[in-house]
Design a protein around this ligand. Sequence first.
Ligand code: MN
Length: 200
Amino acid sequence: MSFELPKLDYAYNALEPQIDARTMEIHHTKHHAAYTNKLNEAVKGTNLDGKTIEEVLAVVDKQSAAVRNNGGGFYNHNLYWKVLTPGGSGKPVGELKTAIERDFGSVEKFKAEFSNAAATRFGSGWAWLVKENNSKLVVSSTPNQDNPLMPVADVKGTPILGIDVWEHAYYLNYQNRRPEYIEAFWALINWDVVADYYKK
Ligand code: MN
């Protein structure tokens, strides 16, 4: 069994104007494809062969940098494509909204904390909305392709929303203006998908 690059649920130009088609195409067919291929090379013939990506990420502290970086890259981009949808899906509702208000005070306060985590992540990495094992929601950020499923993460749990703040995710359209990309990201979120991840 090997890991497969997923197809996207929308066209490369479907997230415009917030994310341009060329960025999407390169991001998916070059960056995500490379993480996927290199992950398969890294696990081939090892005791990780045939494991799920979650099982791989749970033991990356004992693995090579290739497994950690490409395993994270494979998983993180799978999540990123899923939590985005053309035009977004409105606002958090139901159980997810209740949990956000319980743990952050309001949806606006959560958005401010998440945007700040994304803007202040030095260099390349990700910001996350994480469901901790006690179901509490927290915001965190990780460097490179790390994520909250890894034992090496400062904040551990299940990521239910993530933003890629590597320059490859926004540079063609926004250049050095990462905060503008982060602001635009809010208009693309599929809150139904995030709510499903919260319930699991
Ligand atoms: Mn990326």
